[in-house]
Design a protein around this ligand. Structure first.
Ligand SMILES: [Zn+2]
Length: 383
């Protein structure tokens, strides 16, 4: 009993300390859909980049992204990751060192992946990639109900299913997704972005990442959200199409956009030195020739990576010790960095910053299954 009492005191003390001294004031969660750990840590794949079926001009693409030296090669593909994050932040998931990041959900497609990242919970129920309401609470919605964050939460994504995964309707924070128009009354740039969006021919469920980025950035400059989700989607789109050249180019573009955003953050007094980026993906993909696909049946689809940079992140660079992390730990890592506890009606996986033997933050029973799925408008089964 005494031991239990002491344990409770320690737990409370840790909780209070965390709440008094948050490591970060703002957190941005940034994802790029279905981008493999293999390219993050090894750069372009030797076989895939040489395959004329997957790359229109193999020799030109190789001058951009190939080098026999793996360290140079990965820096060519993702210069911000390897010049900045590797120096000042952390890169998790290089399986060459047994440093692993996995999805904990069974399905290894997008909806379950984003749910896991944002709710901190690998739901055993299968929700396909459809515009169906997610009834799991997520970290953004939770924070939006806290006084310090109310109205300071936002999400921008290329994929038009994100408002359903984040349950925008019931969480009351803005989720701008797909080719959704921006509010034209506040910013002249929004009028321009809307004009471009209206004139994109052959709109799919995934908006051009560049438009998502410009929309998000103008919102950030104007409203200074404290917690932001920014979801890029084109890496997955072009992998499914079997275009390894465009897959690499889009990944390179995402790296450049993150670099641009980090530069903005570090030169804006509101964000400078008190903001953390957590960058990850929603699922892996197949290995070798099965690189185009992913899912329950495709080996390698559960293997992912996480990059972190900014306030509260020790500059440990590429992590090389044997370790297992899960994408479901992202949600509580966000709240932990902010000095908050994410309390939900489902289990929430422990934050990455805590030692492995720390008890999980749980709040009791898992939420009852709901089969009230609504508004099935678009199917995106392969996302
Ligand atoms: Zn996909």
């Amino acid at each position: 009993m005494k031991a239990l009492f002491s344990a409770c005191c320690i737990f409370l003390a840790v909780g209070l300390a965390a709440q008094n001294t948050p490591a970060a004031r703002n957190v941005f969660i940034i994802t790029t859909d279905g981008f493999r750990w293999q390219e993050v840590f090894n750069g372009a794949d030797a076989t895939l980049i040489s395959d004329p079926e997957l790359v229109k001009d193999t020799s030109l693409l190789k001058t951009e992204f190939w080098d026999a030296d793996m360290e140079i090669r990965r820096r060519k593909l993702l210069p911000f990751f390897w010049n900045v994050i590797a120096q000042n932040g952390q890169l998790l998931g290089n399986r060459a060192y047994d440093n692993r990041v996995n999805v904990a959900n069974l399905y290894k497609i997008s909806y379950p992946g984003y749910n896991e990242i944002l709710s901190g919970f690998a739901d055993y129920r299968f929700i396909p990639n459809l515009t169906v309401r997610n009834r799991n609470q997520n970290i953004l919605g939770y924070l939006n109900k806290q006084a310090a964050y109310a109205g300071r939460i936002a999400a921008f994504s290329s994929w038009n299913v994100m408002p359903y995964i984040l349950d925008e309707k019931h969480n009351d924070f803005p989720v701008n997704s797909g080719y959704e128009m921006l509010d034209e009354t506040t910013d002249t740039l929004h009028i321009l972005i809307n004009q471009v969006q209206r004139n994109i021919a052959g709109q799919s469920n995934t908006r051009h990442d560049m438009l998502t980025y410009e929309s998000a950035k103008s919102y950030i400059e104007e409203k200074h959200p404290r917690v932001l989700f920014l979801g890029f989607g084109e890496t997955d789109e072009f992998a499914h199409k079997g275009q390894y050249d465009t897959y690499l180019q889009k990944a390179h573009q995402v790296d450049m956009l993150i670099a641009d955003l980090w530069y903005y953050v570090q030169t804006d007094p509101f964000y400078r030195n008190n903001t953390t980026f957590i960058i990850t993906t929603d699922h892996g993909r197949g290995r070798g020739a099965s690189w185009k696909g992913h899912g329950f049946w495709v080996k390698g689809s559960g293997e992912t990576w996480i990059a972190m940079l900014g306030a509260g992140i020790a500059p440990l660079g590429e992590m090389k010790e044997k370790q297992q992390r899960y994408q479901k730990q992202v949600a509580a890592t966000v709240s932990h960095l902010l000095g908050e506890a994410f309390i939900a009606t489902h289990n929430v996986a422990s934050p990455m910053a805590l030692p492995k033997n720390q008890p999980q933050q749980t709040t009791g029973n898992e939420v009852a299954v709901s089969n009230h799925t609504t508004a099935i408008a678009t199917a995106d089964a392969n996302k």
